[in-house]
Design a protein around this ligand. Structure first.
Ligand SMILES: [Zn+2]
Length: 365
């Protein structure tokens, strides 16, 4: 057996930063002790006062292989993850082809990942119209849970579901104890708002922002809370952007609803006021909103109303971002940030008085 010892004046362990040493045997942590513990005859590394913390777990990553590896594949995505301190990521059931909505598609994805991974990778399955009969087998095959969209996903292989399909899937997921991750924007308010901005300048960020109103998120979340209670099902709201939904979520969670919530580095960092017209690299859905909204999200992280931060890393070929035309309405909606979440969140957190123990709770735990 080989023993590795890592020590630092600032090791994050059991919720605090302190001088400590970590002993690992054959790649697995065996013990955490005092700074001077675990003596001679082993491979020792002293990192001085650099922070030694757990690896990040990013539960929301789109890798796009097989089928759209030119958008990004497992080899580069997991190397970016490693460079950013992410040691485990869970990969989304879209935008690969096939989407992970059947066991056969899941096995194709696992085969595509084989031998290409620089970090630990797990997979989400998908709930789409017509695949309820697959869910149990997919869960048995090893997906960690399921993702669905309530509005168009952006790719044709992954259709959105409505309340009827949710009512079909949730009893199955509830019986399995499996979590349902939901892209929480209802199509009704989006369609209404989109028709109102038709004719507005598509290069203006405000046009995109207006086309994805908070109401779409707020109403979707209200529906999810209702269905979670009704089916006693675990529901996870991915990439929360609208702070207006927080009071509803706080109330439901206080009453014991099985609802968890994530937000993303871009909603915690960027603001609508700062996004220049034509700067389509900042397009994502739901959109980055105003500064006051961002501060509400930080408040919710601090008080535990938002459980975690995940990237929603979603790359595409540069041409799909429409940088030449700057057309927000045509550009791909997705921000690639897998490698950046720790520095970005840390920088912003420091300005709000949050330390590394809280950051580890949001990004690692
Ligand atoms: Zn996503």
């Amino acid at each position: 057996m080989s023993t590795l010892v890592i020590r630092s004046q600032r090791v994050l362990a059991e919720g605090e930063l302190r001088p400590a040493s970590i002993a690992a045997q054959d790649g697995v942590i065996a013990a955490i002790g005092g700074f001077e513990e675990f003596g001679s005859g082993v491979d020792q590394h002293d990192f001085g006062d650099a922070v030694v913390m757990p690896g990040l777990v990013d539960t929301h990553v789109h890798i796009n292989e097989p089928g759209r590896a030119e958008w990004e594949g497992f080899a580069t995505a997991t190397r970016a993850a490693a460079a950013g301190g992410v040691t485990t990521l869970i990969e989304m059931p879209l935008n690969s082809i096939p989407a992970t909505t059947t066991v056969e598609a899941f096995l194709a994805k696992v085969a595509a990942a084989e031998g290409r991974l620089a970090v630990d990778v797990g997979f989400w399955g998908g709930v789409v119209p017509g695949n309820t009969a697959e869910l149990r087998a997919l869960y048995g095959a090893g997906v960690f849970g399921f993702k669905c969209f309530l509005s168009p996903s952006g790719v044709p292989e992954f259709a959105a579901v409505g309340e009827p399909e949710l009512r079909e899937a949730l009893p199955v997921l509830s019986s399995l104890g499996a979590v349902l991750l939901v892209h929480s924007e209802l199509p009704g308010p989006i369609e209404e708002a989109s028709s109102e901005v038709r004719g507005d300048d598509p290069r203006r960020y405000s046009t995109w922002l207006k086309s994805r109103p908070r109401a779409a998120e707020n109403q979707a979340i209200a529906l999810l809370i209702r269905l979670s209670w009704e089916f006693d099902a675990r529901v996870h709201v991915v990439h929360l952007s609208s702070s207006d939904a927080l009071p509803c979520l706080r109330r439901a969670r206080a009453e014991g609803a099985k609802i968890t919530v994530e937000t993303c580095p871009h909603y915690l960092t960027l603001t609508a006021e700062e996004i220049r017209d034509g700067a389509t690299e900042f397009k994502c859905a739901p959109p980055v909103r105003r500064r006051a909204n961002r501060e509400q999200l930080w408040q919710a992280l601090a008080d535990g109303s938002i459980d975690l931060v995940a990237t929603d890393h979603s790359p595409c070929p540069p041409a799909m971002k429409c940088r030449e035309t700057g057309d927000f309405m045509r550009a791909w909606g997705g921000i690639a940030s897998l490698e950046l979440s720790l520095p970005v969140v840390w920088t912003e957190a420091r300005q709000r008085g949050a330390g590394v123990t809280q950051i580890a709770r949001w990004l690692c735990e």
